[in-house]
Design a protein around this ligand. Sequence first.
Ligand code: MF3
Ligand code: CO
Ligand code: CO
Length: 255
Amino acid sequence: MTVQIKTAEEIEKMRIAGRLAAEVLEMIGPYVQPGVTTDALNVRCHEYIVNEQQATPAPLNYHGFPKSICTSVNHVVCHGIPNNKPLKDGDIVNIDITVIKDEYHGDTSKMFCVGEVSEKAKRIIRISHECLLKGIELVKPGTHLGDIGFAIQHHAETNKCTIVREYCGHGIGRGFHEQPQVLHYGKRGSGMPLEAGMTFTIEPMVNIGKRHVKLLDDEWTVITKDRSLTAQWEHTLLVTNDGVEVLTKRSDEHF
Ligand code: MF3
Ligand code: CO
Ligand code: CO
């Protein structure tokens, strides 16, 4: 499938799905505390999405994924499966929410600190967030995907961090993962130029240690091979005529 340009009607549905996904992250924040299990967070998000939003949690049963959200703690890069282990003071956790509303997807994630976390943890959270912002800043018609990948990789590496290469951002719409692939590394001027009406995610995974990852036996959980700390942030974006609209913007964010 080639890269779709969304119609005005589709864009309106993407705005709604994006807002709902952002609202789940806003809702769950206060519950991310020492002692809570990621299972409990999963149940809370599931009930909110289904009962309050009348929407569908996209991860549940997606290629066999067993839960409604992804929770990736400390050295877990992405696709962590919620479980019954309590979060503890000093943990960092990415919560990744994807909702389907009226057939369209909104996909977003952010990092949460559990209690007081180390300076190292704060740093990787900050650098990965800056990587996302540097990518978003470049989104407008005519920018090449490689320009975005370059900017993200450059910011991570300038700060002695590394970019995970095995997973990437993606087109999004009626499909959870559509074309194009949005790499978080690359060369300026490479890849396709953006056009108004494209919708895709940027979701850099940034490690303190080496970039290499390992897939656990559950076939979902991705960890850093060297067990170093890692962090990720994600937004769903629309290319507009003159720039970008962040479809999963939270109320504390200003773009
Ligand atoms: N939300 C993830 C992404 O950003 C995908 C999760 S797939 C799942 O693309 F099956 F693990 F939920
Ligand atoms: Co995504
Ligand atoms: Co996601």
